[in-house]
Design a protein around this ligand. Structure first.
Ligand SMILES: Nc1ncnc2c1ncn2[C@@H]1O[C@H](COP(=O)(O)OP(=O)(O)OP(=O)(O)O)[C@@H](O)[C@H]1O
Ligand SMILES: [Mg+2]
Length: 288
């Protein structure tokens, strides 16, 4: 395969030398990974197809004065899935944070369904732009019941009735969760809590799901359940999914597209299959 396809030349670029140094620092000789400094916007657009649901251009973002993402482009088609991989601290979670309004954006734009949401607050993203976020860290409230946890996912709904309908819809869809509805969330296993977090994110019926490390710390059976749930959401319900996965093999097997993020920059953008079958990616991220 040619993961460098669609990349612009980096010859002579000062930044490119920076990326090579960073890669060398994580044990990747520059010649091993066909990295270029800028993955072209045309290539990114082509991967996403004709109907981009999410379009990020020239995003510069971070926390306070610390700049983490440098001129990042990303596009995700409607009902498409994209998995971000990369070393710890590369800025993967920050991409999701920036989209959701949890990071500081200095420049660039984030467009969802043709609407510029770059500076909208998180509540508007959930309610109006149809974006839901399942963060990397555990977010279930252990002392609340499963049902109360779910209801929290509907906190932006107008009336109690509306939230009730949504809770029942989720219970119908996921009987395993319905069975535990009256139990405090603390008695759930780590895997069951993860499923509950994802289910809670579905309360407002979002069209775009941001999933940070959905399978982290789970035993294989639950990893499969999580991916099965996501597969269903994408392929049966037509939702678009942007995920970060430390389990790069699983993530790339699942996702239509894969981006490699290093030091706040996209260094490779390709289909999930292309990355899965690339030898340098295999050695670096897939333990081959
Ligand atoms: N809320 C925050 N406030 C300040 N700095 C942060 C915050 N979140 C992340 N950072 C910093 O931003 C950088 C990128 O972190 P980020 O969490 O995006 O990386 P990541 O690729 O998701 O890493 P990991 O694989 O470890 O989850 C790191 O240097 C981190 O310390
Ligand atoms: Mg992270």
């Amino acid at each position: 395969m040619t993961p460098s396809r669609g990349l612009e030349s980096d010859a002579g670029s000062e930044q490119a030398a920076g990326t090579r140094d960073i890669l060398a620092g994580i044990g990747v000789p520059a010649e091993d990974l066909p990295v270029r400094e800028r993955v072209s916007r045309a290539h990114i657009a082509a991967l996403a197809g004709d109907a981009p649901h999410l379009r990020i251009e020239g995003l510069v973002a971070g926390y306070g004065r610390m700049e983490i993402l440098h001129d990042l482009d990303l596009q995700l088609g409607t009902a498409q899935s994209l998995c971000l991989i990369g070393p710890n601290g590369a800025g993967k979670s920050t991409v999701l944070n920036a989209i959701y309004g949890f990071a500081d954006i200095r420049r660039g734009s984030i467009v969802v369904d043709g609407r510029d949401i770059t500076r909208q607050p998180a509540s508007a993203k959930l309610k109006e732009a149809g974006i839901a976020y399942v963060p990397q860290d555990p977010s279930v409230f252990p002392d609340l019941t499963v049902e109360q946890n779910l209801r929290l996912g509907g906190y932006l709904m107008q009336g109690k009735g509306e939230a009730k309908v949504a809770v029942e819809r989720i219970f119908d869809q996921y009987p395993g969760i319905a069975e535990r509805r009256r139990e405090p969330a603390r008695v759930l296993s780590g895997g069951e809590r993860r499923l509950l977090e994802i289910a809670r994110a579905l309360m407002l019926d979002p069209q775009l799901l941001l999933m940070d490390e959905p399978s982290i710390g789970l035993e294989p059976r639950y990893v499969d359940m999580v991916f099965h749930m996501l597969d269903d959401l994408q392929h049966r319900e037509g939702k678009s999914i942007l995920m970060v996965e430390q389990n790069a093999r699983k993530g790339l097997m699942f996702a239509d597209l894969g981006y490699v993020l290093v030091a706040g920059q996209v260094v490779i953008a390709a289909t999930g299959d292309e990355l899965l079958h690339d030898r340098s990616i295999g050695r670096l991220f897939l333990g081959e």
